[in-house]
Design a protein around this ligand. Sequence first.
Ligand code: 5GP
Length: 112
Amino acid sequence: MCSIFSQIVAGEIPARVVYEDESAMAFLDANPLAPGHTLVIPKAEYERLNDVPEDVATDLYATIHRMVPAIEEAVDADATTVAFNNGEAAGQEVDHVHCHIVPRFDGDGGGP
Ligand code: 5GP
């Protein structure tokens, strides 16, 4: 099993990495819904949130918590949509857990 995102972690596929530590990585989405649309992933590959061990989930949330204000500041956003598509029926296309952080701007309609 080697997802596109695992290949980004391994440096085999280029990405605009904006944050990285031992267990998590954040990089810009290749098809952004808004400027600064960022994906936060656990470096280890888990298909769904349901598969993520609690310690990894804790680290992942800490990274999300850190990235949200940093991204808002970087693109001067008024708000952010923070979302996981968890499973195919929810629209998950890449089978490696990832959190979308989508900057939102007053009047853009908002929503997931
Ligand atoms: P999903 O629908 O699985 O929640 O979202 C997957 C996201 O990954 C999409 O927003 C898509 O644009 C993004 N994506 C897919 N392949 C790549 C890639 O190779 N590089 C980057 N940076 N983003 C990707």
